[in-house]
Design a protein around this ligand. Structure first.
Ligand code: CA
Length: 225
């Protein structure tokens, strides 16, 4: 995808753009409202990642301008975690999704992938690695072409791993992905552990290979060759 990131915190802008490029997307950057406004008038993007609080304007005001010219462009809003008003206003004005700061890059990646699937595959994309296949819109997981029974959270967790292959996912980022910002972390880590244990067991029962590696002290990684 071709993505425009609009963010006035330069270190964050730089880390987002280098991450997005590593993921294989084209990434353009803008650090202010007026600059972004000119860019969206001149160029086409598949996705706009938009900070709300810009020094020279409110990022949300760019959405109608964007949508009038390129209604198919996806919008992901970045805003302070506490700002429920931004979330509601953003989704009302046509944004696809909202991510509260601070966030984990793996979570950003999951949101980008979800928007990508909706835009380009009508939500029907499959994720396939080795003998594991996830049918994302149907929420079905198959091992060696046989369905396995996963709970909703187990499915979401496996999907999170498969959208972030070979990347260490911390227990915190997994817990936030599954339960959102409000989750109490110490309890949720036990849940993460038991979900992973169950997924491993169910994959192995069908003769699949357990690719979830525990990275001691850091989290987990889904290994893909
Ligand atoms: Ca800002």
């Amino acid at each position: 995808m071709k993505i425009l990131v609009v963010e006035d915190e330069v270190p964050l802008l730089e880390s987002l753009s280098s991450f997005i490029r590593q993921e294989g997307h084209t990434c353009e950057i803008s650090s202010g409202y007026l600059d972004a406004s000119q860019k969206i008038d001149l160029y086409n993007y598949d996705l706009l990642i938009l900070d709300v609080g810009l020094p020279d304007g409110n990022g949300l005001d760019l959405i109608p301008q964007l949508k009038s010219r390129c209604p198919e462009t996806g919008v992901l809003i970045l805003s302070a975690k506490s700002s429920m008003d931004d979330k509601v206003a953003g989704l009302d004005s046509g944004a696809d999704d909202y991510l509260g700061k601070p966030f984990h890059l793996a979570e950003l990646n999951a949101r980008i992938r979800a928007i990508y699937r909706r835009r380009f595959f009508s939500g029907r994309e499959k994720l396939e690695f080795g003998n594991i296949e996830l049918r994302l819109s149907e929420k079905i997981a198959l091992v060696n072409n046989e369905p396995i029974e996963l709970t909703r959270k187990e499915f979401e967790l496996l999907e999170f791993f498969l959208t972030n292959p070979n990347r260490v996912l911390s227990k915190e980022s997994i817990a936030e992905h599954l339960w959102g910002d409000a989750i109490d972390s110490s309890d949720s880590f036990d849940f993460v552990y038991s979900h992973i244990k169950n997924i491993r067991k169910k994959i192995c029962e069908k003769g699949g290979i357990d690719c979830i590696k525990t990275i001691y002290g850091l989290g987990y990684k889904y290994l893909v060759e």
